[in-house]
Design a protein around this ligand. Structure first.
Ligand code: V0D
Length: 233
């Protein structure tokens, strides 16, 4: 593959529907979805992706049934129990955006320890969006910039686009090149609104648990074909 998008973002949709189709509880779909996170992360790292941002839990997910939310809160621990060793072997660094303070303390500790233990890895950044909402993120950025103005370290007329980017939770990462959403919906659902300004979008009907590394490579090929076309102009 001649060109690989540096920053890929994925809305991992369709886990519940995938489970229902097989007569299983929605939680079974989430579990299968978390196994697929491993597959796609290892594949993306091999392809040379620099940052893979995965929408794992949105600010709107709290309204799901209590037992489903409880199950989701346990997934990071299950995930790391099974895959931390492999993430280390693959030199993958775990990162997070979103307001994880809202999560139960034990979940938060698992997240922080995964970040800590993979901190010195130099391969792909596996960035989980957790309790993340883009409008909320932009609102918080506005507040921080307003504070800078209030304290006199910044002039209103000097606020520029780069200042806003630097106050977002993705400040240290490049803008997203390629956004994938699985399972049929063609919406952004409050995901990385600012960061997706120049991204290519890819929507597929395939549900997240069925979105194999082959499907992922197919998507990147579509990205590359679109870029070949621009290049020819
Ligand atoms: C459920 C499909 C991995 C989307 C993937 C708490 C919905 C499986 C993680 C995970 C979730 C998150 C952070 C981390 C390690 C693993 C995860 C959630 C949901 C929300 F540091 N899968 N996964 N987290 N699902």
């Amino acid at each position: 593959m001649e060109r690989c998008p540096k920053h890929i973002a994925i809305i991992m949709d369709g886990n519940g529907r995938w489970a229902k189709k097989q007569g299983k509880p929605r939680t079974a779909g989430h579990y299968k979805g978390s196994e697929n996170v491993r597959e796609i992360a290892i594949c993306a790292n091999r392809l040379g992706v620099e940052v893979l941002t995965l929408y794992a839990f949105s600010t709107e997910n709290w309204i799901r049934p209590q037992e489903e939310v409880n199950y989701l809160m346990k997934l990071p621990a299950v995930f790391f129990e099974r895959y931390l060793k492999e993430l280390m072997e693959n030199n993958i660094r775990v990162s997070m955006i979103g307001e994880i303070d809202a999560f139960p303390l034990d979940t938060r500790n698992v997240l922080l320890s995964a970040i800590e233990r993979t901190r010195n890895n130099t391969g792909m950044v596996l960035n989980f969006a957790m309790n993340y909402g883009s409008r909320r993120e932009i609102t918080l950025a506005c507040r921080e910039i307003a504070e800078e103005v209030k304290s006199g370290i910044k002039q209103i007329d000097d606020i520029n686009e780069d200042d806003i980017s630097k106050h977002l939770m993705t400040a240290i990462y490049p803008d997203v090149d390629f956004m994938i959403r699985t399972s049929g919906e063609c919406r952004l659902s409050n995901f990385l609104l600012w960061q997706l300004a120049y991204a290519e979008f890819y929507f597929t009907d395939v549900a997240w648990p069925d979105f194999t590394p082959d499907e992922f490579k197919k998507a990147i090929e579509v990205y590359n074909n679109r870029h070949r076309r621009y290049g020819g102009l």
